[in-house]
Design a protein around this ligand. Structure first.
Ligand SMILES: [Zn+2]
Ligand SMILES: [Zn+2]
Length: 350
């Protein structure tokens, strides 16, 4: 077993890699449980077209994507009246904002990985629009777009969707990345994320997929076993400034990555997917490079990465897998979704 620390330049912290070198790589085991066949439409799903939500509002009979204000937002626009504020050690401030839900598809049983490329491109344009619409509001400092996928990250409704938190504050990770990227640019004259992409291209072992405008790789400093960053090659502070050609390439890379994830264990692969975009508070974010981070909680089928003593107690991630090996596993997966492959083989057998 080798112990090694790897520097995470976007978080300014060390990641401890204690990879068991003698352990054979994952041997192809898949999850054998029979997945329930999901219906195209579910009458009790609050995201399906035409259905009524808890608030009493009714979903449109949408046929592509559908965006609505979350019925149970974590943040609202009204700050409590007469907010006291404070200056001492124990400070507080009002947390306000808006929360939205984006349904990817009217089909209850489709995952993002299974959407057709034009549908994924359309979704990326919806994300661009939401970032611009919400970000231009005076009271919004940041737009966080994220998808939690799978029951292990608390999502019981399989209907494909993501969430948006547009807030009057900037989330910690984005604040940290912004500060570090700005510092790196002023120290070196270069973009930090561009330097990371170049380092990954030079090494090559952790690249999952690349095309002309986009690249997906498992970072050298990955904290989770199957952590992947997806980014445009050119620097854009947010998804909003990407051109149509870049959106098209980004959509292809996104689809390939998600299909490989699902194919890995032939199961809907759980993850937390977060768009890292520059804040919209009017600051200087020329150094910020938009990317999506995929943080999957599983190390093996049905085996969670527990955050315990080192992570929660000590504050550093301890990874027991080498990113180079995990990237090779992922890269080796087919680009055809296993559900599609099964359907095709059934048809052929008939
Ligand atoms: Zn549904
Ligand atoms: Zn990031």
């Amino acid at each position: 077993m080798t112990w090694e620390e790897r520097w995470h330049p976007l978080r300014e912290e060390w990641v401890i890699v204690a990879a068991h070198r003698q352990r054979r790589p994952w041997n192809g085991e898949t999850v054998t449980r029979d997945e329930p066949e999901l219906p195209v439409y579910a009458s009790d799903c609050y995201l399906c077209p035409g259905n009524e939500r808890i608030s009493g509002a009714r979903n449109e009979n949408y046929n592509q994507t559908f965006v609505f204000d979350n019925d149970h937002p974590c943040v609202g626009l009204e700050a409590p009246p007469g907010f006291p504020g404070s200056n001492g050690l124990y400070r507080n401030r009002p947390a306000t904002g808006m929360a939205r839900v984006v349904c990817y598809s009217p089909q209850h049983n489709l995952a993002l990985a299974e959407l057709e490329l034009p549908e994924i491109e359309n979704l990326l344009r919806v994300w661009q629009q939401q970032y611009v619409d919400l970000g231009r509001r005076e009271e919004i400092a940041h737009v966080l777009i994220f998808e939690n996928r799978g029951e292990v990250v608390g999502v019981s409704n399989p209907h494909p969707h993501c969430q948006i938190y547009a807030t009057n504050f900037v989330f910690k990770t984005i604040e940290t990345e912004s500060r570090i990227c700005r510092q790196h640019l002023s120290d070196t004259g270069r973009g930090l994320f561009r330097d990371i992409i170049e380092a990954e291209l030079r090494d090559g072992r952790r690249i999952i997929f690349q095309n002309e405008c986009a690249i997906a790789f498992m970072p050298y400093f990955a904290r989770y076993a199957y952590e992947v960053f997806l980014a445009p090659r050119r620097t854009h502070a947010s998804i909003a400034s990407m051109s149509d050609a870049e959106v098209a390439d980004f959509a292809s890379a996104l689809k390939v990555l998600l299909v490989k994830y699902d194919n890995l264990w032939q199961m809907p692969f759980p993850y937390v997917m977060t768009l890292h975009q520059s804040p919209t508070d009017g600051g200087d974010y020329a150094a910020f490079h938009f990317h999506i981070e995929f943080l999957p909680p599983l190390r093996r089928p049905n085996l969670l990465k527990y955050l315990a003593g080192p992570e929660i107690g000590g504050g550093n991630f301890l990874s027991d897998t080498a990113p180079e090996e995990k990237a090779a596993e992922l890269r080796a997966q087919s680009d055809v979704h296993y559900k599609h492959a099964r359907r095709t083989s059934t048809v052929t057998a008939d």
